[in-house]
Design a binder for this molecule. Structure first.
Ligand SMILES: [Zn+2]
Length: 280
């Protein structure tokens, strides 16, 4: 079920989120003709981005970008504060692995994952990590472990074109907290999260709130009002024109075909057409 549902456990010692984004992902796929392997990795990237973009509190954009010299050269995802998602992928179709082989190594070879957060009134933040581990999920977990030193666990499952994610994170210790006691509580909630079955994650009969209650009802669960992710691209003709304005007249001249420059948005495939008179 499409929902971004945040929750806290054990008197706010841990926070978590459930993510389902079937419709948003389907709407993205409807405007591209991506092969199955790209569809799957895109689904993973979108739910991971939505999980990571939880930190955006103000007007802003979270970007998630995988860059490599391998079969998938780029997977680029934007999530805004109001959960608008857009994506594009650049890949070499001939070299793609089978859709059963979604390891970092076969998709990307050596590569890196870049995160950035741009928020109104805040310094931009950027993080960069090598693509460690077997999958993008492993890379994200390694990032939290090494760069942020936040105890985090994350489950990402895919089935029949659908992707689900559950994540929990430890919050900073409270003044009276005993380190060992909180560590033991973390282990308990982590085991509970990992006990979730595919049949629970992918059924329409269990709303996200019911699923969270089933897993964590004994752990002082509080669930917040969910939000719903959706596909939307903020591209605009003026923005494309600014890009063309930055080129020299000679560079621009080379782009004309039959008296027109056609610029296509990589995210939503909208085509913007420019003529000579646009640049006078
Ligand atoms: Zn667009």
């Amino acid at each position: 079920m499409d929902s971004i549902m945040s929750f806290i456990l054990e008197n706010a010692r841990f926070k978590g989120v459930y993510i389902g984004a079937d419709k948003a992902i389907q709407d993205i796929l409807d405007c591209h003709s991506y092969p199955l392997v790209i569809q799957k990795i895109l689904g993973q990237g979108v739910v991971l981005s939505l999980a990571l973009a939880q930190s955006i509190k103000y007007q802003g954009v979270f970007s998630f970008q995988v860059r490599s010299a391998g079969p998938v050269q780029s997977l680029f995802i934007n999530v805004t504060h109001d959960k608008q998602v857009r994506v594009y992928a650049v890949y070499d179709e001939e070299k793609l692995p089978s859709d059963e082989d979604l390891t970092n190594e076969s998709l990307f070879g050596n590569g890196e994952l870049l995160f950035s957060v741009t928020q109104l009134g805040q310094e931009p933040y950027q993080g960069i990590v090598s693509l460690t581990g077997q999958t993008l999920t492993d890379t994200v977990l390694d990032y939290f472990k090494l760069s942020e030193q936040i105890k985090t666990d994350l489950i990402l499952q895919q089935k029949d074109g659908k992707t689900r994610c559950l994540m929990i994170q430890q919050m900073p210790l409270k003044e009276d907290d005993e380190f060992e006691e909180v560590a033991s509580l973390y282990e308990t909630v982590d085991v509970l999260m990992n006990s979730v079955k595919d049949s629970e994650l992918f059924t329409d009969k269990l709303a996200p709130e019911q699923l969270l209650y089933r897993l964590f009802h004994a752990n002082d669960l509080t669930v917040y009002e969910p939000s719903v992710p959706h596909f939307s691209c903020a591209c605009h003709k003026d923005q494309m024109k600014r890009f063309l304005d930055r080129l020299t007249a000679k560079e621009r001249e080379e782009l004309y075909q039959d008296g027109e420059i056609v610029v296509e948005c990589q995210f939503c495939q909208t085509q913007y057409v420019f003529k000579h008179e646009d640049f006078n």
